[in-house]
Ligand binder design. Structure first.
Ligand code: ARG
Length: 405
């Protein structure tokens, strides 16, 4: 009996993979694994229903707490961002693949299927984790391989062909307006792609947003919010300590109500394709902003400059899904050491789509009111005179040479 574990979202692509793996790839027993990282509840439910309709051995694994604590929290400490995108889909894929691989190991299965196409990033992220854990795994990607034509060649599936194939195999997929968009949602963010959205010059229609209000619908009164951090991690909202899951959920609601968290960027995908991407990530946007503001208060100038490059490298590795890369571990060692002092509070003002830091406080602040103040007499200004005279010595010499003097 040939068994395979399918990394299963319950969407059209992964559902079509099920009969395909039976008919074209010769598997007789299909195990579907749906990993819950905070998708809409209906999606989790739908995955179970479709798996039942298609006759698979189905598992739903709820890893929401682990996702926040082991994946989103490192993203906060490392200011996890790729080209302006607070990485969300990217950091969920390694965990999804890890859980599918663990299930396969438990069941003694060494074949894997996934529904990624050949154009995106997810194929890299998922296959890397599976191969790291199971170097000899067999991995098949029916969507990437394409539809088999009568002459033996293959071509990419169109949506219509997929729908026809699904219904011929007893799976009816209701057609509605939402299905124009390809949405990936987890606790850290929503990513909306597809249709005209990928065109750089097409303004995103209001209907794609679910977590954030439009400017017209935002309250007129701004909201001040104080976030508490301990060792680089968020712990409270307005002085109330919350579990990681509750904190993120509440922050989505508060920031989203004020229209904060929409991101619209040009993104360079791993294969080099430039694609326009839309994201909705209210909690991530506010937490990264606050975390950076606190680091700016407690870290030295040199640490900040160096950490900006650490953050950028970390963000790129995380985007590529290289979760077990040694460089990532090395960078995290540096980041974690610095986070010892990233304790304190940050106050932000949320209003009509904007979020602005209006205050920060920490017992580790490298700020001295007496030294910085305009009224201070502690700082002897005549001490500056010699330093100012030497300032730019080499560049002044260069300028003299250039003028032929
Ligand atoms: N481009 C993003 C990434 O690679 C998000 C892709 C999400 N997929 C989707 N169907 N919306 O992380």
């Amino acid at each position: 009996m040939r068994k395979i574990v399918l990394v299963y979202s319950g969407g059209l692509d992964t559902s079509v993979c099920i009969p395909l793996m039976r008919e074209e790839y010769g598997f007789d027993h299909i195990i579907t694994v749906t990993v819950d990282v905070g998708q809409p509840r209906e999606d989790i439910q739908q995955a179970t229903e479709r798996a039942n309709q298609l006759g698979t051995e189905h598992y739903t694994l709820d890893v929401r707490a682990e996702f926040i604590e082991q994946y989103c929290w490192p993203a906060v400490k490392n200011n996890g961002d790729y080209q302006g995108y607070p990485i969300s889909t990217s950091i969920a894929r390694p965990l999804i693949a890890l859980k599918a691989a663990e299930k396969a190991i438990e069941l003694g299965v060494t074949s894997f299927g996934h529904g990624c196409t050949g154009k995106g990033n997810d194929q890299f992220r998922i296959e890397y984790i599976i191969r790291t854990l199971l170097p000899d795994a067999e991995i098949i990607a029916p969507m990437r391989e394409g539809r088999l034509l009568p002459n033996g060649s293959r071509e990419p599936w169109t949506r219509t062909e997929e729908l026809e194939y699904a219904s011929a195999h007893g799976l009816t997929i209701p057609q509605n307006k939402d299905k124009i968009w390809s949405i990936d949602e987890n606790l850290w963010g929503r990513s909306i792609e597809g249709g005209h959205l990928e065109e750089p010059n097409y303004a995103p229609p209001e209907e794609i947003f679910v977590w954030t209000r439009s400017l017209e619908n935002c309250p007129n009164t701004p909201r001040l919010i104080t976030l508490g951090f301990e060792n680089g991690l968020p712990v409270s909202i307005d002085g109330v300590n919350l579990s990681p899951l509750d904190l993120v959920t509440q922050l989505h609601a508060i920031a989203g109500e004020h229209g904060v968290g929409r991101v619209d960027i040009m993104e360079d995908r791993m294969l080099g394709l430039k694609v326009r991407e839309n994201y909705e990530c209210p909690a991530a946007v506010v937490l990264l902003q606050a975390h950076k503001a606190l680091e700016a208060l407690v870290c030295t100038q040199g640490e900040l400059k160096f950490k900006a490059s650490v953050d950028r490298e970390w963000g790129e590795l995380a985007y590529k899904g290289l979760w077990y890369d040694p460089l990532k571990e090395d960078l995290e060692a540096f980041t974690d050491k610095i986070q010892d002092r990233v304790t304190g509070t940050v106050t932000l003002r949320l209003a009509k789509g904007s979020s602005v830091v209006v205050g920060r406080a920490s017992k580790y602040a490298l700020y001295n009111e007496d030294l910085a103040s305009f009224d201070s007499k502690t700082f002897d200004q005549s001490d500056s005179e010699g330093m100012v005279k030497i300032h730019g010595l080499q560049s002044r010499m260069y300028w003299k040479l250039r003028q032929g003097k």
